[in-house]
Write a new protein. Structure first.
Length: 284
């Protein structure tokens, strides 16, 4: 882009206009450059935070592209140098991740159909007294705290809530392959029997691989008997009510469902209805 700069020669006092080059405007919106993507996606792809957090950093002026302060919606290409202000990293260090043993009757996300969200349980009264974390609770930790995935109203077990976009992306990001483990109590037909002894082996194989939901083939799962009435599922995906719907397809009825692990993080002895902080040595 060119502009006009005016100067006054000392000899005759006349003005003369000459064209000068200006710095290129930041690329915002549609960008034809090869490999161009929005700055928030680039930062998220770098594993630094979520897209939402990246937008907040840009808005606060904490992001520079090739030495220039970024603007909202700006595009970058692979060769661009991205710099993040230390204030962003300091803010991340203050963010918390909370592990909750969700009871039945609570929804994972927003309140619906008169049922309270699991978030209401995150308060000082429900903080597990055996939590060894040195973090102390304050209500600012509830700002931006969001569940990483769903655990339906009739299910119990480990629910992760976080302010940290890196944790959320790792658990529920599009490219996440983190596994989740469940204990599932089942019944078979109307018979009050040892389910394991009468359940056909070929249907167990279908649970492991071969079923579809919503018109899409499910990824392979680990499914094994824990005892005559309880199955152990390990999944690497999380479709809505997936285990219950899988069981329905093979004639099983889910009596109870409990999530006991996400990645390397275990529910352990955390009492139902109580919560603790993710420890520094834990990770997904």
């Amino acid at each position: 882009m060119t502009g006009i700069r005016t100067y006054r020669p000392a000899a005759d006092g006349s003005d003369r206009a000459i064209p000068v080059k200006r710095a290129p405007e930041p690329q915002v919106g549609h960008d034809q450059r090869p490999g161009a993507i929005r700055i928030n996606k680039r930062i998220a792809d770098m594993g630094m935070c979520s897209r939402r957090e990246a937008d907040e950093w840009v808005e606060k002026g904490w992001v520079r592209i090739n030495g220039e302060v970024a603007v909202m919606g700006q595009n970058v290409v692979p060769g661009d140098r991205i710099e993040i202000d230390d204030q962003a990293r300091q803010l991340q260090e203050q963010q918390v991740t909370i592990l909750l043993h969700k009871p039945m009757g609570y929804v994972s996300g927003q309140a619906e159909d008169g049922h309270e969200p699991a978030m209401v349980l995150i308060n000082p009264d429900n903080h597990w007294n055996q939590d060894r974390s040195k973090t102390r609770f304050n209500f600012s930790q509830l700002k931006g705290l969001a569940p990483c995935g769903r655990l339906d109203i009739d299910s119990v077990g480990l629910l992760v809530l976080t302010q940290d976009g890196r944790v959320a992306r790792h658990i529920i990001g599009e490219d996440s392959e983190i596994d989740k483990e469940y204990l599932v109590r089942v019944s078979f037909g109307d018979r009050d029997v040892d389910v394991q002894s009468v359940f056909p082996a070929e249907r167990l194989e279908l649970l492991r691989h071969g079923l579809e939901l919503d018109g899409e083939a499910l990824k392979p799962a680990q499914v094994d008997w824990q005892n005559p009435e309880q199955l152990r599922f390990v999944l690497t995906e999380g479709k809505k009510r997936q285990i219950r719907r899988m069981c329905e397809q093979v004639g099983l009825h889910v009596v109870g469902l409990k999530r006991i692990r996400i990645g390397r993080v275990l529910l352990g002895n955390l009492p139902q209805g109580q919560w603790r902080y993710l420890a520094a040595h834990e990770g997904f």
